[in-house]
Design a binder for this molecule. Structure first.
Ligand code: G3P
Length: 226
C-alpha cells in the first residue's frame, strides 16, 4: 500500500521524505490554514520539497461545477502535471469530475462517506477515491468496513480508479486497510511516526547493545573490525 503524507507542515514533510517510504502529499483547506501561510505559498514550498514528479493533492472550494473546473485549471497551472485536484463528491462535484476527467485527468474524489458516493465518482472518471475512515467511524459506522466495500467496487474499474483512504486516527485503521490490499492511504505524520513506537523494540535493541558492551568493554558498532 502506498503511503502518502496528509500534511502541509513543511518541516514534517521534509522529515517524512527523509526517513519513511512515502510517495506523495495530500492537503485539504483545513490543513493549509494550519500552515499559517497563504495557500499557494505553502503549496509551492511543498512542491519544491517533493519535486515535480511526486504526487501532490490539492482541494477545490468552489460551490458549482464551473467554478470547480476553473479552480482545477489554476491548480494544475500553478503546481504542475503531477498535481491531483481533489474535488468533493457532491452533485456539482460529480459534474466537475466528469468535465475535468475528460480535459486533463488527475482527479481525486474526496469527502467520501459512502459507497454510493465512491461508485458515482469512479463512474464519473476520478483517478482516486478518498473515503474518510475516521470521520465515518465518528458517525457510528465502521470506516474500515465502508472502505473495504469501496475497494470491492473499485475492483470493477480495472485499476483506473484507485483507493486513497484518508482520515485516520490510529495505526490500526491504517494497517487493517494495508492488509486488505488497498492501493494507497494518506496519513498524518504523527500517526506515521507512531507506526514505530513500541517499547519492546526499544528494549530489544538496548539489550543487544548492552550485551556487546558487557562482553567487549566498549560501546560497539560493526565498523570495529579488530
Ligand atoms: O485530507 C482529508 C482527510 O485526511 C481528513 O482527515 O483527520 O481531518 O478527518 P481528518
Amino acid at each position: 500500500m502506498r503511503l502518502i503524507v496528509d500534511s502541509a507542515d513543511t518541516e514534517k514533510i521534509r522529515k517524512m521524505f527523509e526517513y519513511y517510504p512515502v510517495s506523495g502529499v495530500t492537503t485539504n483547506p483545513t490543513i493549509l490554514t494550519k500552515s499559517g501561510k497563504k495557500p499557494y505559498e505553502v503549496l509551492r514550498e511543498i512542491r519544491g520539497i517533493i519535486g515535480p514528479e511526486t504526487d501532490l493533492h490539492v482541494q477545490t472550494l468552489g460551490e458549482d461545477a464551473d467554478e470547480i473546473v476553473h479552480e482545477a485549471t489554476v491548480i494544475k497551472r500553478m503546481l504542475g502535471e503531477k498535481t491531483f485536484v481533489k474535488i468533493p463528491v457532491t452533485r456539482e462535484g460529480i459534474k466537475a469530475i466528469r468535465i475535468c476527467a475528460q480535459r486533463f485527468g488527475h482527479i481525486t474524489g474526496t469527502a467520501v462517506y459512502s459507497t454510493a458516493q465512491a461508485y458515482l465518482a469512479a463512474e464519473a472518471g476520478a483517478d482516486y477515491i478518498a473515503p474518510y475512515v475516521n470521520r465515518i467511524d465518528d458517525l457510528s459506522q465502521n470506516g474500515v468496513e465502508v472502505t473495504k466495500k469501496i475497494q470491492n467496487i473499485l475492483g470493477q474499474y480495472a485499476g483506473k480508479t484507485r483507493m486513497l483512504a484518508a482520515s485516520f486516527r490510529n495505526v490500526h485503521q491504517v494497517i487493517e486497510l494495508a492488509e486488505y490490499g488497498v492501493y494507497s492511504a494518506t496519513v498524518d505524520p504523527d500517526i506515521i511516526e507512531r507506526m514505530l513506537t513500541n517499547d519492546s523494540v526499544d528494549a530489544a535493541i538496548a539489550k543487544f547493545s548492552a550485551d556487546m558492551t558487557s562482553a567487549y568493554g566498549e560501546q560497539m558498532v560493526m565498523t570495529h573490525t579488530d
